[in-house]
Design a protein around this ligand. Structure first.
Ligand code: AMP
Length: 213
C-alpha cells in the first residue's frame, strides 16, 4: 500500500494505524532520513541540505533505500509506504522492482486536505530541541507553553515546519508529486480519502475500503 498526500495531511499518523491494524511494517522515507541525520550517517549528511530547504532528496538515493527495505524479511507479507514515491521516476522504479519479483501494489490512498488547512496545521507544530517530543499549539498543547512535558526542554519550530518551508514543500508537492495522482488513477489503484475529517474517521474510510475487498 502507498499513502499519497501533501506534507502535513497526516500520512504518518494514518500509516501507523494501518501498520498496527494489519500487522505490516510502516516505511517512512522521511523517518529513515531523519534517523540517519541524527546518527550522522553518510546518508543523513547527504539528505540534510535537501530536507532543511524543503526540497526532495535525489531519486537515486531514495529508490535504492526503499528497494533495500522492501526486500527485507518483515516486508514479505506486505507493507505501507509513507512519503514514497514522491516523483514519477520513483513510482516507475518501484513498479519495476515489484514487477521483477512478481508483485504489485494493492492500494494507493490519496489523503486530500486543502493547502491553507495544511499551513495552519504545520506552522503550529513544535518539537522539543532536547528529546524530539512533538506538540501543536492548537491540537496538542504542552502543559506549560514552550516547555516539553517529558523532559522540560525548550520547544522550537523545526526548520522544515516554518511557514516559509511549508509553502516551499507544498509547491514541491504540487509540481513533483501531484502527477502521481493521475499516474495511479489511470492504473485503477487510486482511492481518495477526505483528510479534513477527524483522525479516526480518516482511518475508518481507509479500513472500510480494505475490508470491502
Ligand atoms: P516527510 O517526513 O515524508 O515529509 O519527509 C521529509 C523530507 O524528507 C522531505 O521534505 C524530503 O526532503 C525528504 N524525503 C522524504 N521522502 C522522500 C522521497 N520519497 N523523495 C525525495 N525526498 C524525500
Amino acid at each position: 500500500m502507498i499513502l499519497l498526500g501533501a506534507p502535513g495531511v497526516g500520512k504518518g499518523t494514518q500509516a501507523e494505524k494501518i501498520a498496527n491494524q494489519y500487522q505490516i511494517p510502516h516505511i517512512s522515507t522521511g523517518d529513515i532520513f531523519r534517523s540517519n541525520m541524527k546518527a550522522h550517517t553518510k546518508l543523513g549528511e547527504q539528505a540534510k541540505a535537501y530536507m532543511d530547504a524543503g526540497t526532495l532528496v535525489p531519486d537515486d538515493l531514495v529508490v535504492a533505500l526503499v528497494a533495500d527495505r522492501i526486500a527485507q524479511e518483515d516486508c514479505q507479507t506486505g507493507y505501507i509506504l509513507d512519503g514514497f514515491p514522491r516523483t514519477i521516476p520513483q513510482a516507475e522504479a518501484l513498479e519495476e522492482t515489484l514487477h521483477k519479483r512478481g508483485l504489485a501494489l494493492d492500494y494507493v490512498f490519496h489523503i486530500v486536505v486543502p493547502d491553507e488547512e495544511i499551513i495552519a496545521r504545520m506552522s503550529g507544530r513544535r518539537a522539543c530541541e532536547n528529546c524530539g517530543g512533538t506538540y501543536h499549539i492548537k491540537y496538542r498543547k504542552s502543559k506549560q507553553e514552550g516547555i516539553c512535558d517529558i523532559c522540560a526542554g525548550k520547544l522550537i519550530t523545526r526548520q522544515d515546519d516554518t511557514e516559509e518551508t511549508v509553502r516551499k514543500r507544498l509547491s514541491v508537492y504540487h509540481t513533483q508529486t501531484q502527477p502521481l495522482i493521475q499516474f495511479y488513477e489511470e492504473k485503477g489503484l487510486l482511492v481518495s480519502i477526505d483528510g479534513v475529517a477527524e483522525m479516526d474517521d480518516v482511518f475508518k474510510q481507509i479500513r472500510e475500503q480494505i475490508e470491502k475487498d
